[in-house]
Write a protein that binds this ligand. Structure first.
Ligand SMILES: [Zn+2]
Length: 166
């Protein structure tokens, strides 16, 4: 499975960083996609030039969502080490689930009559703005300065129908 498309979408990149931390994308891109090629946390940290425990924190979070898998190894001296790999199908599933949850929340807010604004470049998964905030931002996206647009049920439908590229 090709997963490059996942990282091409700004919306997905932001979701992943928000949930798994600043290093999430780097780690996910470095992880091999099969158990056989699993890589140790130490090797990952050397490649990323960061401390192993930083890499481990992110990996453990991702493991909770089953986005990554690991192989546990015990050497002759009884030292335990872990090697990690990516589970691309699960990554894709996680992103889709996350978006579904977020879209539902927006629909509820619209049903309650809230006026919401969004940036079509950054995407709606990473935040919509209520009227007060939008006014404060002069109706420009605080991230990219694109004009904010009013969010409708139809817009949400469009986002729903956009399936993540593999
Ligand atoms: Zn934007």
């Amino acid at each position: 499975m090709k997963i490059g498309g996942i990282f091409e979408e700004l919306e997905n990149r932001k979701l992943l960083v928000r949930e798994f931390g600043e290093m999430a994308l780097e780690i996910l891109k470095l992880l091999p996609k099969s158990e056989k090629e699993a890589i140790s946390d130490k090797d990952l940290s050397i490649k990323l030039n960061v401390k192993t425990n930083h890499v481990n924190n992110a990996l453990e979070l991702m493991n909770m969502h089953k986005i990554v898998g690991f192989v546990k190894e015990v050497d002759s001296k009884g030292w335990i080490s872990y090697r990690w790999y990516l589970r691309p199908e699960r990554l894709l599933e996680w992103i889709e689930n996350e978006k579904t949850k977020i879209y539902k929340e927006y629909e509820k807010r619209l049903e309650f009559g809230e006026e919401l604004y969004f940036c079509n470049i950054c995407g709606i998964s990473n935040g919509v703005y209520n009227f007060e905030d939008s006014e404060l931002y002069k109706f420009k996206c605080p991230h990219c300065q694109n004009n904010l647009e009013i969010l409708t049920f139809d817009d949400i439908e469009v986002y729903k129908s956009k399936k993540t590229k593999k």
